[in-house]
Design a protein around this ligand. Structure first.
Ligand code: SF4
Length: 339
């Protein structure tokens, strides 16, 4: 890909400390996202997706959490080492985030206008109220909100779920961030509104060239929206590939299970497939492949060694020993991952 990387995450480890010990919720992951790209991070709850996004935003609750290794490079600058004060300048300006449930992110006591105009003036302190108000109307129109001037006077409870999420997207885009992180942005919405919000995110990504990191558990959303996918399991990246490639040729048994779990309306089935078992508690697996207890292909080596990432093509990697046994050759892209 010839586009420039705007965000590079290198060997990121985020650890939570408690009386009973320490747990790496994100365990040395590396990836990058390019200008204008939509990249998805997929996995079940507890896989480390949201801790990854909070680490990038500098919002990991500390204590008990802390970034304990690695770098997060935003246009070459390592933002993981910045102070809270320095990060406040980055958040909103350079990287913005939209959350799953807009009602919990909007203050019910203030009008949409109050909240949007305040967000604008935090980043543009010299702007007058009139200028900020004009920008608020402009950005609300950009995200497809009708009657923008009237909506500024409304309170969050007067808006539908889809409109509230559009307001959150407007708030995130106020300063034209280079990277937009969307953490399960459509989970709380019904299906038709979900489709509208995804289309809006794709349109904005094309028009503004904003890189979007989409955190989701829903592979249907990934298929419709993204160019590239990272699959996370138990704190690690287990597969990474372009979206078409991952649906055509998934290589990790966990990815195959996730794809099989997507309901397909063309075929009537009595029961939907689900991957057996649950995501292990962070830190509970001390040796072997973290997916072994749920994997139908597990063999002896999987119980004692943690597989490295194998590269089957320049754009496709997966963390599974089965790839080491395939003819045609794969390349280790991690040197000392086996334990
Ligand atoms: Fe399954 Fe073994 Fe591959 Fe892990 S390494 S996903 S247990 S086959």
């Amino acid at each position: 890909m010839s586009r420039k990387a705007v965000l590079e995450v290198r060997e990121l480890e985020t650890t939570f400390f408690s009386d009973s010990g320490k747990v790496a919720a994100v365990d040395r992951i590396s990836f990058s996202i390019h200008e204008g790209e939509i990249l998805a991070i997929v996995g079940e709850s507890g896989c480390g997706k949201s801790v990854t996004s909070l680490s990038i935003m500098g919002l990991v609750p500390s204590p008990p959490g802390k970034i304990t290794n690695g770098e997060i490079l935003l246009k070459g600058q390592d933002i993981s080492k910045l102070s809270d004060k320095q990060m406040r300048k980055i958040r909103g300006n350079e990287i913005a985030m939209i959350f799953q449930e807009p009602m919990t992110s909007l203050n019910p006591l203030f009008t949409i206008g109050n909240q949007l105009i305040e967000a604008i003036r935090i980043h543009h302190p010299k702007w007058s109220k009139k200028e900020a108000s004009a920008r608020a109307v402009e950005i609300m129109k950009l995200v497809g909100l009708p009657r923008a001037e009237q909506l500024l006077k409304d309170y969050p409870h007067q808006l539908s779920g889809g409109m509230r999420q559009r307001v959150m997207i407007a708030m995130a885009l106020v300063c034209n961030p280079k990277v937009l992180i969307a953490d399960e942005p459509t989970t709380a919405l019904d299906v038709t509104i979900q489709a509208q919000i995804l289309k809006l995110m794709r349109d904005l990504n094309e028009r503004l060239n904003t890189a979007v990191l989409l955190i989701t558990h829903d592979l249907g959303v990934v298929a419709e929206t993204c160019e590239r996918v990272i699959v996370m399991y138990a704190g690690q990246i287990v597969e990474e590939a372009p979206v078409n490639e991952i649906f055509k040729n998934p290589q990790h048994p966990y990815t195959k299970g996730l794809i099989q779990s997507v309901p397909d309306m063309r075929y009537k089935k009595d029961t939907l497939y689900s991957i057996p078992g649950n995501v292990p508690k962070p830190g509970s697996i001390l040796e072997g492949c973290r997916f072994a207890a749920r994997c139908e292909y597990a063999f002896d080596r999987c119980l004692t060694n943690n597989p490295p990432l194998y590269e089957s093509s320049g754009t496709h990697k997966a963390r599974c020993f089965l790839l080491d046994m395939e003819e045609g050759g794969v390349t280790h892209v991690e040197s000392a991952a086996e334990s």
